[in-house]
Design a protein around this ligand. Structure first.
Ligand code: NAP
Length: 281
């Protein structure tokens, strides 16, 4: 079998196009444009690139964007003051604190300060609780939301399928498992202490890898016809990016697979825009 390549760039472009129409309709009907505020603390080069891409994506779909850059030595109270100001600002519908923040800051306290109605990363306890409870009024974390859309681009009905999620972070693995559960999958969550990971993966109809270890998932771990979503982003010695899955080997057995780059990554930003529009609505 040769796998269908799930083209995240194309699917994300389609989502952005439909958001652009939504935003134009809101601008006409309500004379307003949704606004996203991004707070960046410190000088991590990767974070600066991510933020730049997010701001550019906002402009493309007609969203307003606001950016605050704070120095690496910024104190907790300074960051809190920025979050509070955005919470109180009616022109801001989404607030994103770019992670990770410098180690001396209490990242969780900052995230939990964000008004849940503006929490476009979906990381406040209110939004996590809504996801677990199946309350669709909440904001769902962007990368798992985008990953589910990619899975559904190749298979609409996931009911009864065995989904294995490797990685249990709050940012990705846990919300991903909840989304798959809500689609009536039977979900197994794997992590660094999981025994027989290879055997578990071999029984997966849907395999989602979010670990951060280059090409950890081998081709012979994949069940014939499985859908494979590779969330990992790893920089190799030659400077090229690769995922957590051995793509070339896996593509021989899987029915569909996301490439790295060009798979999950573009969906994350598109879903951030979607969450901002949802928050504004
Ligand atoms: P994380 O917080 O570091 O979590 C990694 C998870 O992998 C943990 O749950 C860890 O288990 C598990 N793990 C580590 N070694 C393992 C092993 N040998 N076998 C099985 N599980 C193992 O990372 P994250 O934030 O979830 O991100 C994971 C990857 O996705 C990273 O490469 C990141 O760059 C990428 N990512 C991409 C996007 C995107 O937009 N494409 C967005 C978010 C993340 P324990 O819990 O037991 O430690």
């Amino acid at each position: 079998m040769s796998a269908t390549i799930i083209d995240g760039k194309l699917i994300a472009a389609g989502l952005r196009e439909s958001l652009k129409n939504d935003v134009e309709a809101m601008a006409k009907a309500r004379n307003m444009r949704p606004g996203l505020a991004v707070i960046l603390v410190g000088d991590d080069p990767a974070s600066h690139v991510y933020v730049r891409n997010k701001i550019r994506a906002c402009e493309e779909v007609g969203l307003q964007s606001f950016e605050v850059k704070l120095p690496a030595k910024a104190q907790q109270a300074e960051v809190e003051a920025e979050i509070q100001a955005f919470n109180d600002n009616h022109n801001i519908h989404g607030i994103l604190l770019q992670l990770p923040v410098p180690e001396h800051l209490n990242s969780d306290a900052l995230i939990q300060m964000i008004d849940p109605a503006k929490d476009v990363d979906g990381l406040t306890y209110i939004n996590i609780g809504k996801l677990v409870a199946g309350d669709e009024s909440g904001l769902v974390p962007c990368t798992p939301q985008g990953s589910l859309a990619l899975i559904k681009s190749v298979r609409e009905d996931l009911s009864g399928l065995h989904a294995v999620v490797i990685g249990r972070s709050l940012l990705f693995g846990k919300p991903m498992a909840q989304l798959l559960l809500a689609e009536n999958c039977t979900v197994t969550m794997a992590h660094s202490r999981t025994k027989n990971l290879e055997e578990i993966c071999k029984s997966a109809d849907i395999l989602v890898a979010a670990v951060g270890r280059p090409k950890m998932v081998k081709g012979d771990w994949i069940k014939d016809g499985a859908i494979v979503i590779d969330v990992g982003i790893n920089r190799q010695d030659d400077g090229k990016l690769c995922g957590d899955v051995d793509y070339d080997e896996t593509a021989k057995t899987a029915s569909a697979i996301t490439p790295v780059p060009g798979g999950v990554g573009p969906m994350t930003i598109a879903c951030l825009l979607a969450n901002t529009v949802k928050a504004a609505k």
